[in-house]
Design a protein around this ligand. Structure first.
Ligand code: M6R
Length: 609
């Protein structure tokens, strides 16, 4: 999603803006731009595509302005071309925006009638003319903002600088996050703390409805888009210590795949005590014995983690579980009992607009609401009744990898916690599950060692028109995740299916050109999965079978390739098998030469619906 940076510096600001924009690259973008001052006047530079194109333009200038704003754009309204790239400008101001101004058409028509000319296809340009209109009518800057902001509907984060005002930057938040950074004689505004990391670790988050007036030395914050001041707590950002570095790796995503043994261990160790073989009691946590119904609503990969969790919470804790994609849940107005219901929202970023809307919906209805979230300072983490951390560390690759396996690790632990509290698992079972989970990092490491044979499988996929992934039980969501990863990274069409659904439609697709990746540990679903694989073989499909030794020995059909993983306890199989589908997608993307870390059209943090 779009990234915003704004800086009031003591030094030339352009290198600082570019550094911050590089830190925001991970969010996904298709054009970029900056605005600053040159000899006291506003100037702007924009370029289509990656930041290097903007850098090339800037190399032709020596700019010494000390105040500026910058933006990476993820197109919503209007094509990803230079004309639509931010900042947008008038003679009076420059603005960058993340989100969607929902009433832009109405405002555009009104401003056009007043004679304003629109040069872009964006919704953002209405902000330029709206504020300009107030200024030309003689309003002060503050009055102009107070008049304009309440007129904007939708979700937006804004940063504005003004002609002739080098000691001023205005920011506003209604939806997508904005963080203020406090430096020594310098002030910053950014979409997240990562962008501000090299400058300061003293930050405060704007709340929804806040807007702020920043100078080099101060930040005055107003709330409800009005004129009443409010103080927002300053905190020390843990993410500021984080340096965006790929180490020796070519891609962040690859580094993040390799980090999984350590990261998953870290997550598990937060919830489980391996020494005693018990789940750790969480302070101020949920009384699982009073819960009978669990409601999940999330997006993308996080949604798939909850499809796996459904099996765990049903089997280990005897809970009734419903899963929804957040964009559907939020508009269905689902009836929810406030008694015995727990709503859980899983999110890496903690900012996904649809998931956040579901959290707010459930809170409004009085339903106990928790989040399983990676970014501890995110909006969801701040708004939920209960927070369960994922602890995967910053994930920069747009395609989620270590956050997914850590989500699974956290959810498996919570299911054990629920089972223990509800008396649906015995002490002996608790110990055996905890000790099985303790083995996860070791098995992930073994799966990572299969990389050469997995890369060979990827070579078989690059010429495919489409790829089918099949699985049953907890392997079904892993088939969905495998297909999603392949689509995201390699732009190949892929579908994940419950293996039992094959004959209800997708079997029509199978011919000698169709690769079918079957995720099939030797578990209670294995025999059934093999029967479905036979149906593929009978129609000439090119089978890639991911299984363990017992599974490899038992499968009776001819495969194009069989990837043999160590035999793992059933509870950790979805985590370990995920490594294979991640590596398949990664290597296919590398072979096809796509942008692994920032696949086209995707955003890391989806703050619009
Ligand atoms: O930050 P979240 O976990 O809420 O994000 C949800 C999805 O947008 C995300 O998982 C998306 O599907 C990823 N690109 C998957 O790789």
């Amino acid at each position: 999603m779009c990234g915003i940076i704004g800086i009031l510096a003591k030094r030339p600001v352009v290198p600082l803006l570019m550094d911050a924009l590089k830190r925001l690259e991970y969010r996904g973008y298709d054009s970029a731009g900056i605005a600053t001052f040159e000899k006291g006047h506003l100037v702007r530079f924009r370029a289509e595509g990656k930041l290097v194109h903007l850098e090339e333009k800037l190399n032709n200038y020596s700019l010494d302005g000390k105040t500026g704003i910058g933006h990476t754009r993820w197109a919503t309204h209007g094509a990803p071309i230079e004309r639509n790239a931010h900042p947008h400008m008038s003679k009076q101001l420059a603005v960058v925006h993340n989100g969607i101004i929902e009433n832009f058409a109405e405002l555009r028509a009104e401003l056009k009638k007043k004679g304003y000319v629109f040069n872009t296809d964006t919704d953002t340009e209405v902000v330029v003319h709206l504020v300009t209109d107030a200024l030309v009518k003689g309003k002060t800057l503050i009055e102009a903002m107070q008049d304009s902001l309440p007129r904007l509907q939708g979700a937006f984060a804004l940063a504005l600088i003004f002609e002739g005002q080098e000691d001023l930057l205005i920011a506003a938040r209604q939806g997508p996050p904005l963080v203020i950074g406090y430096g020594k004689g310098e002030m910053y505004i950014g979409s997240d703390a990562i962008a501000l990391a090299p400058f300061t670790d003293r930050i405060s988050y704007l709340e929804d409805g806040d807007w702020a007036v920043l100078t080099h030395k101060s930040a005055t914050i107003y709330y409800s888009m009005g004129s009443k001041q409010v103080k927002r707590e300053q905190t020390k950002s843990s993410r500021s210590a984080f340096l965006v570095s790929k180490g020796d790796h070519r891609y962040f995503m690859y580094k993040e795949i390799l980090e999984q043994p350590e990261v998953v261990f870290h997550t598990l160790a937060h919830y489980l005590d391996f020494a005693s073989g018990k789940v750790r009691l969480q302070k101020d946590s949920i009384d699982w014995s009073s819960v009978s119904c669990l409601v999940f609503a999330c997006c993308g990969t996080a949604y798939y983690s909850t499809l796996v969790a459904k099996y765990w919470f049903e089997n280990l804790a005897g809970l009734s579980v419903s899963n929804d994609v957040a964009s559907e849940f939020r508009y269905r107005d689902p009836p929810l009992s406030v008694y015995q219901t727990l709503a859980l929202f899983v999110s890496q970023s903690g900012e996904t607009a649809d998931t956040l809307a579901c959290l707010r919906y459930c809170k409004r209805k009085g339903v106990q609401s928790g989040v399983v979230v990676n970014v501890s300072e995110s909006t969801m983490a701040r708004e939920a009744n209960i927070v369960f951390p994922i602890l995967a560390g910053p994930e920069i690759g747009v395609a989620s990898t270590k956050a997914f396996t850590s989500q699974l690790a956290a959810l498996a632990s919570l299911a054990l916690m629920a089972g223990k509290a509800r008396g649906t698992i015995s002490k002996k079972q608790e110990r055996s599950f905890v000790m099985a989970l303790a083995e996860t990092p070791r098995y992930i490491n073994q799966a990572l060692k299969l990389e050469p044979s997995i890369e060979a499988v990827s070579r078989e996929l690059i010429a495919a028109k489409s790829v089918l992934y099949l699985g049953r039980g907890t392997s079904y969501p892993i088939a969905l995740e495998g297909a999603l990863k392949l689509k995201e990274l390699s732009y190949l069409h892929a579908e994940g299916y419950a293996a039992g659904e094959l004959k209800h439609g997708p079997i029509a697709l199978i011919d000698e050109t169709m690769p079918v990746i079957v995720v099939a540990p030797y578990d209670r679903w294995f025999e059934k999965t093999v029967s479905n694989t036979q149906e593929v073989a009978a129609r000439g499909g090119r089978i890639i079978f991911i299984t363990d030794k017992k599974g490899a020995a038992a499968i009776s059909v001819k495969t194009l390739a069989t990837i043999v993983i160590s035999e793992v306890p059933e509870i950790i199989a979805p985590i370990v098998y995920t490594i294979c589908v991640q590596l398949i997608a990664y290597h296919t993307a590398v072979l096809l030469g796509t942008d692994v870390d920032q696949p086209r059209n995707l955003a890391k943090s989806v703050t619009v619906e």
